[in-house]
Design a protein around this ligand. Structure first.
Ligand SMILES: C[S@@+](CC[C@H](N)C(=O)[O-])C[C@H]1O[C@@H](n2cnc3c(N)ncnc32)[C@H](O)[C@@H]1O
Length: 278
């Protein structure tokens, strides 16, 4: 399968398209980032509280924008939900995202005055400048050195990055862009044009996202799928035999217990960072 550009579709992109669809349909807002839970785990883990925590994530991000900033380049803008909310707060926003699929959703949502650029941040080449570049869970998709050079070029007051970094003990994904926090700090120093003005570890406040997702899967989704399988087997033993041969391993994987709360904390740290010019 290929995108219109003739470029092969990556699994990561397809997953984002599916998550965008779910986020639009289930929550109505279209956020593609995790939730923010400053008070820890919710009493009742549900999709509804997850949707509210995603809004809280946006509010936390917006609160970090320095006073005086008026124009924002939303890098990795997803379905345009952050841009929409920023526009409502009075900022002049432009969106940038390489996925035409996501950008189509964004254009439907946003006023026509908000430009939506379809390309990678690394390839963005424009005479425009912005007060701030904003990365809501998108920085880890972008090649580090190029991202910092582009922030220096486009963000008069620097950038806000609300995203996760790979922990030092974790091996890098092959060809991946998810670097460590130490790699990030070293590259900021090496380039020399920016300084780290704010750097907070908010992993604990993000983790309940996975507590909720694990619970929804383990307590509801997987038992539901298993019950359907058993009922089908009882009602149609012969058809079920062939269906299981075809789909059994996929379904086994689908219902495998989720433990993302532990695995995310082991592998990643989630940070809110503000970069400013030196
Ligand atoms: C997890 S989504 C976050 C979307 C949105 N910021 C939000 O908070 O809902 C990551 C976004 O980064 C975009 N992205 C991936 N690679 C990129 C790149 N090289 N340059 C800019 N954006 C990129 C994806 O297409 C997607 O829109």
């Amino acid at each position: 399968m290929h995108r219109g550009s003739g470029r092969p579709v990556k699994l990561k992109e397809t997953r984002l398209d599916v998550e965008a669809l779910l986020s639009e349909v289930v929550f109505g807002h279209g956020f593609l980032h995790y939730g923010y839970w400053p008070k820890g785990r919710p009493d009742t883990p549900s999709a509804e509280v997850l949707g509210r925590a995603q809004q809280a994530y946006f509010d936390r991000l917006a609160a970090a924008i320095p006073a005086g900033a008026k124009s924002i380049l939303d890098v990795g803008s997803g379905t345009g939900s952050n841009a929409m909310a920023l526009t409502r707060l009075g900022y002049r926003v432009q969106c940038l995202c390489p996925s035409e699929q996501l950008n189509q959703i964004a254009r439907r949502k946003l006023p026509a005055t908000v430009p939506v650029h379809t390309l990678r941040f690394e390839d963005f080449d424009s005479a425009e400048r912005f007060d701030l570049c904003l990365f809501a869970e998108s920085f880890h998709y972008i090649e580090l050195a190029a991202a910092l050079r582009q922030i220096t070029r486009y963000g008069r007051d620097g950038a806000i990055i609300f995203d996760y970094f790979r922990r030092a003990a974790q091996a890098a994904d092959s060809g991946g862009t998810r670097g460590t926090h130490a790699d990030f700090l070293a590259e900021v120093e090496r380039q020399g044009a920016l300084r780290v003005a704010v750097d907070e570890d908010l992993t604990e406040a993000i983790l309940p996202t996975f507590y909720v997702l694990d619970h929804l899967k383990n307590a509801h989704f997987s038992p539901f799928v298993q019950r359907l399988r058993a009922e089908y087997r009882a009602a149609n033993p012969v058809k079920a035999f062939f269906a299981e041969r075809l789909l059994g391993r996929f379904l086994d994987r689908l219902v495998r217990p989720a433990r993302r709360e532990q695995s995310f904390a082991q592998r990643y740290e989630y940070r809110l960072i503000r970069l400013a010019p030196r």
